[in-house]
Design a protein around this ligand. Structure first.
Ligand code: NAD
Length: 260
């Protein structure tokens, strides 16, 4: 797909990996709807300022991906401004960790709703437009946790395995319409998710600081020996948007932590 003037929606685009992907697409000439919860507006304005600094065109859209009416309104906002939608990046995600026997049912429902149901609802909202256009890209954020389960990550892992299955099934449904559907599997990007949730939890279990926990994970689990960046995820998203004949894959962008 030609990215110049393509219209992309990035959910969870206010910060972290979503921001990296939004900026990378904008740098290639795409117009980007930065869709996120209203509470993230300060971060989202930074993403938009960065896109504008790159010479791009961006739109702030409020969405809670758990709500189909809001997902539809998000798609309509992009169409109202630019007349079409070409790319949906289902990036919005949350994490909660802990052993199954102590895991709260509300946390299970919340993580399932945002990560898995949100991916379904936003794809359902944009799907008819891409099918009618007979072109488009859907990119879903899975994880190393979508390739291998680790203790403490049952719920998050279930959503990320689920996203890979969803990606493959939707890829079949969309293929006759020349719409590709792929997933990206990051591992260790030091965003809010690692900084505020994973590193402190792993550190507490190991009796080390959060920073030491992150560095320890990188040293022991990542063959490339370094964390990934939000720019790495942007590069992968651009690659998947450009690729005309790749669909249904779950692309590892995790320094070799998972290779299958
Ligand atoms: P992050 O917490 O920095 O960003 C997540 C974004 O999702 C935030 O902007 C947040 O406001 C948004 N969001 C949360 N709930 C939402 C909702 N209901 N509706 C709309 N937006 C919502 O985390 P991140 O690391 O940038 O994660 C982005 C994606 O990448 C997630 O799907 C995550 O699971 C995945 N991922 C991250 C890593 C990593 O190493 N950071 C690894 C594997 C996968």
């Amino acid at each position: 797909m030609e990215l110049k003037n393509a219209v992309a929606i990035v959910t969870g685009g206010a910060r972290g990996i979503g921001r990296g992907i939004a900026c990378a697409l904008a740098e290639e000439g795409a117009r980007v709807a930065v869709a996120d919860l209203p509470a993230t507006d300060a971060d989202r304005q930074e993403t938009i300022a960065e896109i504008e600094r790159l010479g791009g065109d961006a739109l702030a859209v409020d969405v809670d991906v758990r709500d189909f009416a809001q997902a539809q309104a998000m798609v309509e906002a992009a169409r109202a401004k630019w007349g079409r939608v070409d790319i949906l990046v289902n990036n919005a995600g949350v994490i909660a960790i802990g052993p199954v026997v102590a895991f709260a049912e509300e946390d299970w429902d919340r993580v399932m709703d945002v990560n898995l149901k949100g991916t379904f609802l936003c794809s359902k909202a944009v799907g008819p437009h891409l099918m009618q256009q007979r072109s488009g890209r859907i990119i879903n954020l899975s994880s190393i946790a979508g390739k291998k389960g680790r203790g403490g990550s049952s719920c998050y892992s279930a959503t990320k395995f689920g996203i890979i299955g969803f990606t493959q099934a939707l890829a079949h449904e969309m293929a006759p319409f020349d719409v590709t559907v792929n997933a990206i599997c990051p591992g260790e990007v030091n965003t809010y998710m690692w900084r505020e949730v994973l590193s402190p939890a792993i550190g507490a279990m190991a009796g080390v600081s959060a920073d030491e926990a992150f560095e320890g994970f990188i040293k022991t689990q990542v063959p490339m020996g370094r964390p990934q960046t939000v720019e790495d995820m942007g590069q992968a998203a651009v690659f998947l948007c450009r690729a005309d004949n790749i669909t249904g894959i779950a692309l590892n962008v995790n320094g070799g932590t998972e290779m299958a």
